[in-house]
Design a protein around this ligand. Structure first.
Ligand code: OTN
Length: 456
């Protein structure tokens, strides 16, 4: 019989969300033209004029980087709307761009559709331009804009409810807005914060620097999201006994700021920094939300594009070859033929290894056939069955008798959708995964060892 799920489990939106692994953010708006990050909402709409805006260039950057989803800021806290909304005059309609006939949201969603990329939207809950902010009238205004965006631009894959400046907004505001989201786009993922905690499919990770905690559980107590300032650790690590399944989405910018500033052109994150961020987010059971800052022309600078090309090269070059894929595998407590140990190395998620009922510990020994050199390992759990394994270690051996621990892979805790570990290259013919604690029998679909390409 298959293992029974344990604890909270992901919904269909969350399963799909995890598989994106990396999502792109696009901070572009009035701040781009005023060289600001937090405009006060008084900038003249005329200054918005992205003369060479080309969202197809943005999506080509994503395609090269292998990123399949993009979130556009439609309205940031300065209140300026990047689409010609019917519900405000503070928008592209009154800008000099295309004589007021332009629509960034339209160009973005069209480009995404053409490129096969999922389009998503950030509609800032905080608004410094609109004097109704925080009132019931503002609730109407925001709901109308949400409907406008969710009805007229095709499928919207995620909606992003930034908690910044949002403390005045109550659960009743968000209840209404969540109804609007669910009515128009039932599959839309919700990034929820503070008082939108009840509707969150994914949570903030507690920093904007690109790292999840170790461990990082997919579960958390919803009140830790609501009362975020006193629960930064819980946001970063999750809570193993948390009542809800709300995994972390790690938002970080490829530049120091969220919006474009020419003076930051020399401070674009290096490939090494992005590689660290990848391991500390995707490699820690989270989704990476990586921000691009299109410039005043309306284009992504070539350095930024090259950096994510290189990140993609590193990901593909590292993970294309699981050096354990031809191993023979022995398990201490196998569940049976359907859940056999070689399911771990067959390169698919559809088959998985499971330990026998009643065993929350297990040992899996991989004979690689010949000595191999590797410096990365990957584990993936069957997330549909809940967060199961809670402590594990990996050792290696040349003769299968004398084992050496990998310090970086000793006494690890969470696994979840994906857990990656990097270490100094080791040479070994045998590798062993010891599962030493669990909330239930292990259920893993992937175990892999890899060698990073020489990068310097
Ligand atoms: O000043 N801030 O608002 C701030 C500074 C540093 C890091 C975060 C924030 S606000 C924070 O942003 C998150 C997204 O990065 C979430 O939306 C949180 O709810 C929000 O409080």
């Amino acid at each position: 019989a298959p293992p029974k799920p344990v604890g909270p489990v992901p919904n269909a939106r969350q399963i799909e969300w995890y598989h994106r692994e990396i999502i792109a953010f696009f901070h572009f708006g009035m701040n781009t033209f005023t060289n600001d990050n937090e405009g006060d909402g008084t900038a003249n709409p005329e200054v918005f004029n992205p003369a060479a805006l080309d969202c197809n260039q943005w999506t080509s950057v994503l395609k090269r980087a292998g990123i399949t989803t993009g979130i556009l800021v439609a309205k940031h806290a300065d209140g300026f709307c990047n689409w010609p909304t019917k519900h405000s005059n503070y928008s592209v309609k009154n800008s000099s761009w295309k004589e007021g006939k332009g629509d960034v949201v339209r160009e973005f969603t069209d480009a995404c559709k053409k490129a096969g990329i999922k389009a998503a939207i950030y509609l800032g809950p905080h608004d410094r331009h609109d004097s109704r902010y925080g009132t019931d009238d503002y609730s109407d205004y925001y709901a109308s804009q949400l409907s406008e965006l969710l009805r007229n631009y095709g499928p919207i894959w995620e909606i992003w409810w930034d908690g910044a400046g949002a403390d005045k907004l109550t659960t009743s505001h968000y209840t209404r807005w969540a109804d609007t989201v669910r009515r128009h786009q039932p599959q839309c993922v919700i990034f929820g914060t503070k008082n939108s905690y009840r509707f969150a499919d994914c949570r903030w990770v507690g920093n904007e620097s690109g790292f999840s905690g170790d461990p990082c559980w997919s579960t958390i107590n919803p009140f830790s999201i609501r009362d975020e300032s006193s629960h930064i650790q819980e946001l970063n690590h999750g809570e193993i006994n948390g009542q809800a399944y709300i995994p972390a989405e790690v938002d970080v910018s490829i530049r120091p700021s969220w919006f474009y500033h020419p003076e930051e052109d020399k401070r674009v994150k290096t490939v090494t920094e992005l590689w660290d961020i990848y391991f500390n987010s995707v490699g820690r059971n989270s989704v990476l939300l990586l921000n691009y800052a299109p410039n005043k022309e309306g284009l992504i600078s070539s350095v930024d594009a090259q950096r994510t090309d290189s990140l993609r090269y590193l990901i593909n070059a590292t993970f294309q070859n699981n050096l354990a894929s031809k191993a023979s595998v022995k398990a201490m407590h196998p569940r049976g033929e359907k859940y056999k140990p070689t399911n771990l190395i067959d390169g698919t998620e559809n088959t998985y290894y499971a330990s026998a009922e009643g065993f929350s510990t297990d040992t899996l020994t991989f004979n690689l056939g010949s000595p191999q050199v590797f410096d990365v390992l990957m584990l993936q759990e069957v997330i549909e069955l809940g967060q199961r394994t809670t402590r594990w270690s990996v050792d290696y051996s040349i003769n299968g008798k004398k084992w050496t621990p990998i310090p970086e892979a000793t006494d690890k805790q969470s696994i979840g959708y994906k857990w990656l570990v990097r270490f100094k290259p080791v040479r070994a013919k045998y590798v062993r995964l010891r599962i030493t604690e669990g909330q239930a029998s292990a259920a893993l679909h992937t175990f892999g060892v890899y060698k990073q390409p020489i990068t310097k």
